[in-house]
Design a protein around this ligand. Structure first.
Ligand SMILES: [Cu+2]
Length: 117
């Protein structure tokens, strides 16, 4: 009887350990120098006209406050649908942020600028 209990306990520990190590790609490590851009989307605008960051590694977070939107940043590999995050490296410049999901009448007005200095 005691052996069975010990076996069950070990199995439980192994399950917990394997869950804990199952990192998904969205949780890539963010180092201290990574700049974070928080973008909030609603119908039909982003919360800022322009977002400014320093060149280098940046983490982009998109959250939908209202409706269902996404972003694409022209000239970069940034593409997020709905709520999500992406890490990428950008050179200095100005990039156009657009909603990537046909979200209704104001869709074409959903643009903003990402300024990388
Ligand atoms: Cu849209």
């Amino acid at each position: 009887m005691h052996k069975i209990l010990v076996t069950l306990l070990l199995l439980a520990l192994m399950l917990i350990a394997s869950c804990g190590s199952g990192n998904n790609a969205a949780e890539e490590e963010i180092n201290e120098e990574t700049e974070i851009v928080n973008i909030q989307a609603s119908n039909w605008e982003f919360d800022q006209e322009a977002y400014t960051v320093s060149a280098g590694e940046i983490a982009v977070h998109l959250s939908n406050e209202e409706g269902y939107h996404g972003i694409e940043v022209e000239g970069t590999d940034i593409s997020i649908d709905g709520d999500g995050s992406m890490i990428t490296t950008l050179e200095a410049g100005e990039y156009v942020i657009r909603c990537s999901i046909p979200c209704g009448e104001g869709h074409n007005d959903m643009t903003a600028t990402l300024i990388v200095q």
